[in-house]
Design a protein around this ligand. Sequence first.
Ligand code: ATP
Ligand code: MG
Length: 428
Amino acid sequence: MEPRIIQRAEHGISRKDINENALKVLYRLKSNGYRGYLVGGCVRDLLLGRKPKDFDVATDATPQQIRKLFFNCRLIGRRFRLAHIHYGDDIIEVATFRANIPVEDNLDEQHVTIEDGMVLRDNRWGTPEEDARRRDFTINAMFYNIEDFSVIDYVGAREDLEKRIIKLIGDPYTRYIEDPVRMLRAVRFATTLDLSIGEQEYDAILQQRDHLMNAAPARLYEEFLKFFYSGAAAKAIPMMLDVGMLQLMFPRWADWLEHEASEEDRKWTDQALRQMDIWKSNDRKADAPLLYALMFGSYHEWLAKPDLDEGKPRYQAINHAVASHYETFRECVSMPRRQMTQMMHITSCQARFEKTRGKAPHNFADRPYFPEALVYFQFTQGITGEHPELADWWKTYVKENPQTARKPAQAPRKPRRRKPRSHKPKEA
Ligand code: ATP
Ligand code: MG
């Protein structure tokens, strides 16, 4: 099929909005006789007048040919070889055009599928059209061609973008089953870019959301985290609840949020998500354990309440609450255990902010999780306004000891020395 070519004069993408390293890559591919296209989210964002997060390149050069062109190139990926071109901290990802795999075609040795249609492995080069069609949503499948600065559209993306609608390429039912994570991505793009999800795409989510449980837990964790950094977390999480996906990923918390949480608890969650959106708009990036600690904060407090009422120490009650909650979602959303422990520390150490005498504050401020715990404390204060004098005290403390609020560099772990169990007599 012939693509629609949107000439330079008909679109607003200017080279001055394109990352200079991405431009270098495109020009070098072109001058060596290869095609060089910008692709995916960056073309979509540029057309929407937004600043792209990263610039990805697609080409007909194979990974080996790309490596020959760039001395600063590293090939990565086991499932599919990709080239990373390094310019200091900036990395431009360059991928060879590839084809999607027909679901029923599982005899081909190059790729493997499992029975219900979910793609497990693929490894086949393709044409630009095939490369566009294997992508998830139409708006994510446009190419920007460095040859003549046009935009190449194989999938009717321009029209969908004008209508501000998110549509899958091909049949929504098949495409969601092929990769259930696309359901999560639909919600993220809709809320972040302020677009609506197509009717069929929306209905298909409602009917097939259970397939989310077939996705790899590590991918679900990574994709969910992107909500926190999207700038639209406060819109996305309620939408995840509306479409029933939150209930699958975090069943206990979602159930509590829907049926048992008080007005204040809901306000807490909403404020936590809004806070993440404010950080995003200020270009601040908090780490995952703090973000999860904030989002789950009121639930963990609620879970810990019976233990606290029984007189158990706070750290013990909260640690128990966090650990037992973690068990209910880790098989579906695999948060690394180390992050869970950090989330636990951030929440359970909060009582230490009440101890402002003697060495206690200094000892506390020495803890590696103190900066995050402080942010959590300030957030709680902002919501409850319960101990303004404590909040002021810590404000002054941090002002006088500014190094404590800065995140310490991760110190390499020292191996613990073990005492030898038995002392064998030295040989004579
Ligand atoms: P963001 O701005 O959040 O990075 P993005 O569209 O660039 O959005 P990425 O996850 O970086 O999203 O993926 C880059 C491109 O790869 C997408 O634009 C899309 O074309 C393709 N893609 C990503 N995930 C999938 C998927 N699950 N199925 C099909 N295509 C995908
Ligand atoms: Mg991207």
